[in-house]
Write a protein that binds this ligand. Structure first.
Ligand code: ZN
Ligand code: ZN
Length: 431
């Protein structure tokens, strides 16, 4: 008889922290309990109540709100009898129409395409799990869903809408449109759907045939099993015995189909390359103008810093601070933080390991929030079109700044946090 879905989660025999490779015997989780790695503080698992049903209901609600949130006008600006309004789709099309194809494409992907794919994917998976179906299409779809959650940025876009409203409220009368309220609903349901689901449970429910029973639970796992005895899938965190992988000649995870490697391949080199790219792009992104305001025919170009100074001079300290954090501090923190982590691997620095692991998780988490300024510019370009009075258009730095955000996000994705702890293990062994 199938067990009810919200039973206390049975722990696997042995598990491994995906961030620091520590072997653990996880406890059975009860409601409101969270399992955390004792070495690197990574949250291993959180108890979720009815994750399949909640995921299904929330993804369906999100999809119902998707079209009105993207097609209906977000807001209307009125200056001297001239009204302009824009929806998210119109804002993206405006970028394409004004020669900012690359920025327009990234905005369209992160606010239109990926959120739709994310919600549709979750709906199909939860629908399949509710009907107890185990299709071969489910694992690759769930893998894509997990990757999309980083790139779907409706929540960041909503904050961009709020910044735009505050920015324009001094110059124009702002009226909120129906699209704005639908966007709030879409963001709330998308975030709630992502937090409601339990990836561990989903993976085990959609597993075709239970995994080759890997490692039997030893009384003291750290003492009896060596790191080379097992292989952890990067994507679905399935633990496989190394003997089984060698004997079967498998190079793909039997559960999710991802390529099996003990560590992400060329992780350090790829992260360095992307980090250097980000540093190089930071220079034009900050020195060149990011926005051009044409006021009564007089063009005025401003850099990222000019925009921030404008807010502070204007007395809008809160909004100035938000833009300063998102556009200056976050990219700087990501670049410096990743450089420290890479250098500590190179020089095998053994101190502050847990702090560096936590810092890396912050870098991963905040990466997407740097897109805020790009979203604000996209909205302003589409909305502030008052003919001869004033027009706003994107300037070259917007392209370079989008490049900085993308390269730092890819740099964080290429990095394998277990290398931090490997470097220490290698330093401990005599050479
Ligand atoms: Zn850990
Ligand atoms: Zn896998």
């Amino acid at each position: 008889m199938p067990r009810p879905e919200n039973h206390p989660i049975d722990p696997p025999a042995v598990t491994v922290c995906p961030d620091c490779n520590l072997l653990l015997q996880p406890p059975t989780l009860q409601p409101r309990q969270v399992a955390v790695c004792p070495r690197c503080s990574q949250q291993l698992r959180r108890y979720k109540h009815n994750p399949v049903q909640k995921g299904l209901a929330l993804s369906l609600t999100g999809l119902l709100l998707y079209l009105p949130a993207n097609l209906l006008p977000l807001m209307t600006f009125s200056v001297l009898g001239i009204d302009t309004h824009s929806s998210i789709v119109q804002a993206c099309l405006h970028m394409f129409g004004t020669g900012q194809q690359f920025v327009g494409l990234i905005v369209a992907l992160t606010t239109l395409v990926f959120p739709l794919a994310l919600l549709s994917g979750l709906l199909l998976i939860t629908l399949g799990l509710t009907r107890k179906r185990k299709g071969a299409w489910m694992p690759p779809l769930f893998r894509s869903y997990r990757h999309l959650s980083e790139w779907a940025m409706t929540d960041v876009f909503l904050v961009g809408v709020l910044v735009t409203i505050i920015k324009m409220s001094h110059m124009a009368a702002v009226t909120l449109g129906p699209g704005f309220f639908c966007l709030i609903g879409l963001v709330v349901t998308t975030v709630a759907a992502q937090t409601a689901i339990d990836p561990h449970l989903f993976w085990s429910l959609m597993e075709e045939s239970p995994a080759p029973s890997p490692l039997s639970p030893p009384p003291a796992p750290e003492a009896e099993i060596q790191p080379e005895d097992y292989l952890l899938c990067h994507d679905c965190h399935k633990l496989l015995p190394a003997d089984y992988v060698r004997a079967s000649g498998r190079d793909r995870c039997p559960r999710c189909g991802h390529a099996l490697h003990s560590r992400k391949q060329n992780s350090v080199n790829r992260t360095w390359a992307l980090l250097v790219t980000a540093v190089l792009l930071t220079v034009p992104a900050n020195l060149l103008p990011i926005m051009e305001v044409d006021y009564f025919g007089v063009p005025d170009r401003s850099t990222i810093m000019d925009g921030i100074i404008y807010f502070f001079k204007d007395g809008s300290y809160g909004i100035g601070l938000v833009i300063f954090i998102a556009s200056v501090l976050v990219p700087l923190f990501k670049i410096v933080g990743l450089a420290i982590i890479l250098l500590s691997i190179h020089f095998r620095w053994q101190s502050w390991l847990r702090h560096k692991a936590i810092m890396f998780r912050y870098i991963e988490f905040i990466g997407r929030w740097s897109m805020l300024d790009i979203f604000v510019i996209t909205l302003l370009c589409s909305l502030a079109q008052f003919g001869f009075l004033s027009t706003i258009s994107a300037a070259p730095a917007s392209l370079y700044f989008t490049g900085v955000v993308l390269s730092t996000m890819f740099a964080a994705l290429s990095f394998d946090p277990r290398l931090l702890w490997d470097a220490v293990a290698a330093a401990d062994t005599p050479r």
